[in-house]
Design a protein around this ligand. Structure first.
Ligand code: SF4
Length: 264
């Protein structure tokens, strides 16, 4: 019997990054009836960290939406401050204050160069999809234009302490995550005439912003890993387990490991 792509679910970014951490976990996740709902749990099921992260994402989006593309010069601090929502969490309010301050700096710098039009994101909360042997899909939070040129920057908001791009593991994981989106955006020509060349990570917990050129090696590595995943799915290959302390937090641990096989 010929296997066709119709038999397979699209591969989400979260599934792709899961594969890199544990292939077996990818297999469980990919076959999970909740595959499409992962990350969209009801509020009761979400941890505080997820709720706060979600509030921050939503607040940053509404910040830009409320400006409706209008450019302001006088009273920038007070104009911007009123554009983020009030959270019930003190740390989220602190994140918003820091975010507004950084955007104010960015705005002022661009204004001095007469490039303030580049300050507004060109896209937010973008669902992306690319036709492939097995389709690829994901959700991009924000895309900015590089000032004065036809190049784009993909922007990620990360509120966890573990997303420290000065740490080489975070940096490598982020390259894979960003690379997954960038390949879709460039190959599916989501922004015709523009090339995605940079990534930026904004972390209000660490009060840091990292910006870097997208590495062609990372993009190649994403495609190689993708081909490996689709090859295993088509040929019913083996998805190896990666037993580490992280198994303690894996939702599939009871199906995957015998009690006592690993201290969990
Ligand atoms: S329990 Fe550990 S080895 Fe098994 S799927 Fe989860 S992360 Fe992978």
């Amino acid at each position: 019997m010929t296997t066709t792509k119709k038999n397979f679910r699209a591969i989400r970014k979260s599934a792709f990054t899961t594969y890199k951490k544990c292939q077996k976990k990818f297999e469980y996740f990919y076959n999970d009836p909740d595959y499409w709902n992962y990350g969209n749990d009801s509020e009761e099921k979400k941890s505080d960290a997820l709720i706060k992260g979600g509030e921050f994402h939503d607040g940053c989006e509404s910040f830009f939406n409320k400006l409706e593309g209008r450019v302001f010069t006088p009273n920038l601090p007070s104009t911007f401050k009123g554009l983020t929502p009030k959270s019930g969490y003190d740390d989220v309010n602190k994140w918003f204050d820091w975010f507004v301050e950084t955007e104010q700096h960015r705005y002022t710098e661009l204004e001095e160069q007469n490039l303030v039009g580049s300050w507004f994101p060109v896209a937010m909360e973008l669902e992306v999809k690319m036709k492939d042997n097995i389709d690829r899909t994901g959700h991009v939070y924000r895309v900015d234009v590089m000032p004065g040129i036809k190049e784009l920057c993909i922007v990620e908001y990360k509120t966890g302490k573990s997303y420290d791009m000065d740490n080489k593991y975070s940096f490598t994981d982020m390259n894979a995550e960003i690379g997954f989106y960038v390949n879709i955006l460039n190959k599916a020509k989501v922004f015709p005439g523009y090339k995605m060349t940079h990534w930026k990570v904004i972390n209000p917990t660490l009060e840091k912003i990292w910006m870097n050129r997208i590495s062609p090696i990372s993009l190649k590595a994403v495609d190689v890993t993708y081909a490996e995943i689709t090859g295993k799915l088509f040929n019913k290959g083996t998805f190896n387990r990666n037993v580490t302390k992280l198994c303690n937090w894996c939702p599939y641990v009871d199906d995957c490991l015998f009690k006592g096989e690993y201290e969990y």
